[in-house]
Design a protein around this ligand. Structure first.
Ligand code: PLP
Length: 458
């Protein structure tokens, strides 16, 4: 198919996620054609280093033959099996068992979904069922964190704290509440880790009190590193301190590892970074490395047992046609093999190189903050380092920074507030990491030349 006609078909008929629909009618689509390793090729033959692994999901990199073969074999043998009526498939059972084995603590039960949003949705349903089963249905209030992202379903978008997901959608729902982010670079209590942890602990306790006490609060949701909010890395000990508050108050603690799972921060799951075990954990993206859709909810023994006993002989009425899809499960197994046979290790080394490389850009006049862990990082641009002045809206950082990177053969995530996000595939070579950093320097220089930036710096 000719790419020109594809562009026109896209413009006329394809509604893009999280896009200005009118803006898209004007700008049209950039079609991607093929990909291998950490490089994607567009319809015009331009090669780009994918510094964002698709949408922080192609953790293994593109074009692994073992994954393609696993999917093809499964498509031939059994392309679909429902999990209803007590039926199932071999790859789904094996993937669940291997994940349970590798997950922290007693997270021994796996519920497969199609992606991250329905994984988050599923946890909300399980949380409610759990408290009903324990005879405490009045525990029905949910707390999450400002700047957090928990998907795009109505329930998940309400737990999300990004304005674009609320405006015009009547969200958040009245049982969904937030506490402040740890956001060290711009935290009102300053950058001191202990002060940030103490403030968050105090705020969570106060929020619970305001909601009528722990007997009203069902669950607390947290990303080990906030992704879509701008790659915000909490101080060491932050997540553990909040986990302890939840344990003490008998509030379920849900870790949303949709981005941070599957080697993104170093270990298989970011919870391992701090030795914490949530009551439930959501994953997606790197689970299948984006080759096919799949998400997973991990349930701890005590959550699983409580729900199972509560339901008794009755069905727990929650399920999707494509839960535990055999092709996705086969891909998940093949990808897990890759993680365990060198990819996690490579990602850890490449991640350290990436962060060091980005830190070497700190002397650039526009770089206010560099942060990250593993293959998840960001630099925050400012026009005045002392005052931490964000880039002006007139400089359209999201579009112009993305465009400059693209023109220089690099794909990054450019956030509206002037943050550049990185989540490259774990398979990146040292040369590729260095190229990401070098191309970023070019992008920064070009951005410094932008008349709107110059005007703001005067
Ligand atoms: N939770 C987090 C932390 C995410 O970053 C995302 C997506 O980026 C989701 C949930 C939703 O996942 P999906 O887009 O697969 O529905």
């Amino acid at each position: 198919m000719l790419s020109n006609s594809s562009i026109e078909l896209d413009r006329a008929h394809l509604v893009h996620p999280v896009a200005s629909w009118r803006g898209h009618e004007q700008s049209g689509v950039r079609l991607l054609k093929s990909a291998k390793g950490a490089t994607v090729t567009d319809a015009e033959g331009r090669q780009l280093l994918d510094g964002f692994a698709g949408l922080w999901c192609v953790n293994a990199g593109y074009g692994h033959e073992s994954v393609i073969e696993a999917a093809t074999r499964q498509l031939r043998e059994l392309p679909y099996a429902t999990g209803y009526f007590g039926l199932g498939s071999e790859p789904a059972a094996h993937l669940a068992a291997r994940l349970a084995d590798r997950a922290p603590g007693e997270l021994n039960h796996v519920y497969f979904t199609l992606g991250g949003s329905d994984a988050v949705d599923s946890t909300v349903r399980f949380v409610r069922y759990y408290w009903h089963a324990r005879g405490m249905p009045q525990k029905d209030q949910f707390i999450s964190v400002q700047q957090g992202y928990h998907g795009s379903s109505t329930v998940g978008a309400g737990l999300t704290a990004l304005p674009a997901f609320h405006a015009g959608f009547n969200l958040p729902l009245d049982w969904q509440h937030k506490i402040s982010s740890h956001y060290a670079y711009r935290n009102p209590v300053g950058p001191d880790p202990e002060a940030i942890i103490a403030a968050s602990v105090a705020e969570l306790r106060a929020k619970v009190e305001n909601l009528g006490g722990a007997e009203r609060v069902a669950a607390f949701y947290v990303e080990p590193i906030q992704g879509s909010g701008g790659v915000l890395v909490p101080p060491k000990g932050w997540i553990g301190a909040l986990r302890e508050v939840c344990r003490e108050l008998d509030i379920l603690f849900i870790a949303d590892e949709v981005i941070t799972g599957f080697g993104r921060t170093g270990p298989l799951f970011a919870c391992e970074d701090e030795g914490i075990v949530p009551d439930m954990m959501t994953t997606a993206k790197g689970l299948t490395s984006g080759y096919v859709p799949m998400g997973a909810v991990f349930l701890s023994d005590h959550v699983y047992e409580t729900i199972a006993d509560g339901a008794g002989a009755a069905a727990v009425g929650h399920g999707y046609t494509y839960s535990a899809h055999p092709v996705s499960a086969a891909v998940g197994l093949a990808v897990l093999d890759l993680y365990e046979n060198g990819l996690l290790e490579n990602g850890r080394k490449a991640g350290a190189r990436l962060l060091a490389g980005l830190q070497s850009l700190s002397d650039h006049p526009l770089v206010g903050d560099v942060r990250g862990r593993g293959m998840l990082a960001a630099i925050e641009l400012v026009t005045d380092k002392e005052r931490k002045t964000a880039l002006p809206v007139s400089a359209s950082p999201a579009t112009r920074v993305f465009d400059r990177a693209w023109q220089n053969g690099l794909i990054v995530r450019a956030f509206a507030q002037g943050v550049i996000g990185y989540a490259p595939p774990l398979c990146c070579t040292e040369a590729e990491i260095d190229a990401i950093v070098e191309r970023t320097r070019t992008v920064l220089d070009l951005t410094l030349d932008d008349p709107d930036i110059r005007a703001a710096m005067r």
